[in-house]
Design a protein around this ligand. Structure first.
Ligand code: HEM
Length: 336
């Protein structure tokens, strides 16, 4: 039986980020903590789970002519049709009765040419909004899950974060944008979480021209797809001594300066890097601050020991059992 105060932090983080991305990208109010069967949230969770059926269709599309690949079942089609329907209906409603909504969908609808005509097609808007959902849901939820896990396992670091939160909230008169920006230790905690448990395990780039790796005779012909093993690089002892230790002070400014900028790339690098890194970090920090101002996180006997065992088949960096139970205890009963 679950202990009093036990939370499944991966599930809770998923609900939080789903509600946020649904509101920010689609203007949909999910409230999935209250309504766990919210159709939008349940369907969106399917869209982001990269399963075997989707992989088979994906491989067929990649390696076979489309005339053959189209006969492979595509389980993501139904999910895609659901989102198309949501976006099309929302756009039709907003065009009939315009309001003051400020979300990503509205921004896309508002991109107009000089004659006031919308620039983006319907299908482009549907695809971009769905991409936001896929790119922004599990990634941010994993950051939040792993940050909570690392803090639960290190009470000293957690107390330091709580002290910083208390002081910043006091200084700024509550949970404001400025208060969150005024928490440098929390920022280092997030950076160290993204180092040790970068949600993206790898990146890929196509080589645009023939290249010889400096100092070697390794020749990369133009057109080669180069895989960049982000998670492995983030755990390279040459850059991060004792790499499995959770140590936010690796991200003190003087420590950062010592390393090559590409030794830390949880959001990618270059012109195609993550467009929402500030949004994601801010969102995860708001969630953690809201939790830690009231509660202290602790491990339960079922919490996986550090370092978290990972699912070797995960498309993203996933806890092996896809569950992370923690204990959330009211602060006044634990410390002060
Ligand atoms: C902690 C959370 C997140 C992580 C770790 C993350 C990570 C990444 C990474 C590694 C890339 C590929 C970058 C590259 O190839 O250089 C990427 C791209 C992207 N991300 Fe994120 N992301 C996060 C949250 C979000 C959120 C919340 C959104 C949307 C609201 C989002 C939207 C995108 C988009 C649209 C791209 C494609 C950019 C392009 O191709 O030009 N991401 N993200």
């Amino acid at each position: 039986m679950a202990e009093e105060g036990e939370v499944e932090i991966k599930d809770a983080s998923g609900r939080f980020t789903m509600d946020n991305i649904a509101a920010c990208a689609f203007g949909v109010n999910c409230n999935s903590f209250v309504d766990p069967n919210c159709q939008f949230a349940v369907t969106a969770a399917k869209l982001s789970s990269f399963n075997v059926q989707i992989l088979i269709r994906f491989l067929a599309e990649t390696f076979l002519p489309h005339s053959i690949a189209k006969w492979f079942p595509d389980y993501s089609m139904k999910v895609g049709a659901f989102f198309k329907d949501v976006v099309m209906k929302t756009m039709a409603h907003r065009e009939k009765s315009p309001g003051a909504t400020r979300d990503f969908l509205q921004l896309l609808m508002d991109t107009k040419d000089k004659d006031g005509k919308r620039i983006l097609s319907d299908s482009s808007i549907v695809t971009q909004s769905s991409l936001f959902l896929v790119a922004g849901y599990d990634t941010t939820s994993l950051l939040l899950t792993f940050a909570a896990y690392c803090l639960a396992l290190d009470q000293e670091i957690q107390q330091r974060v709580q002290q910083e939160i208390d002081e910043a909230l006091e200084r700024h008169g509550g949970l404001t944008y400025e208060a969150i920006q005024d928490m440098p230790y929390l920022d280092r905690v997030m950076a160290e979480t993204l180092r040790l448990y970068s949600p993206a395990t790898r990146l890929e780039r196509a080589c645009s021209k023939d290249y010889i790796l400096p100092g070697t005779d390794v020749h990369i012909p133009a057109g080669t797809v180069v895989v960049i093993p982000v998670l492995v690089m983030h755990r390279d002892p040459d850059n991060y001594p004792d790499p499995l230790r959770f140590d936010p002070d690796r991200f003190l400014p003087k420590e950062r300066e010592r390393r090559h900028p590409c030794a830390y790339i949880p959001f990618g690098s270059g012109p195609r890097n993550c467009i929402a890194q500030r949004f994601a970090l801010f969102e995860a920090k708001v969630a953690l601050v809201s939790l830690l101002r009231e509660l202290t996180l602790k491990p339960t006997p079922e919490t996986p020991p550090h370092p978290m065992p990972l699912d070797p088949d995960g498309f993203l960096t996933m806890p092996k059992d896809r569950k992370v139970p923690l204990l959330a205890v009211p602060r006044q009963t634990t410390t002060e």
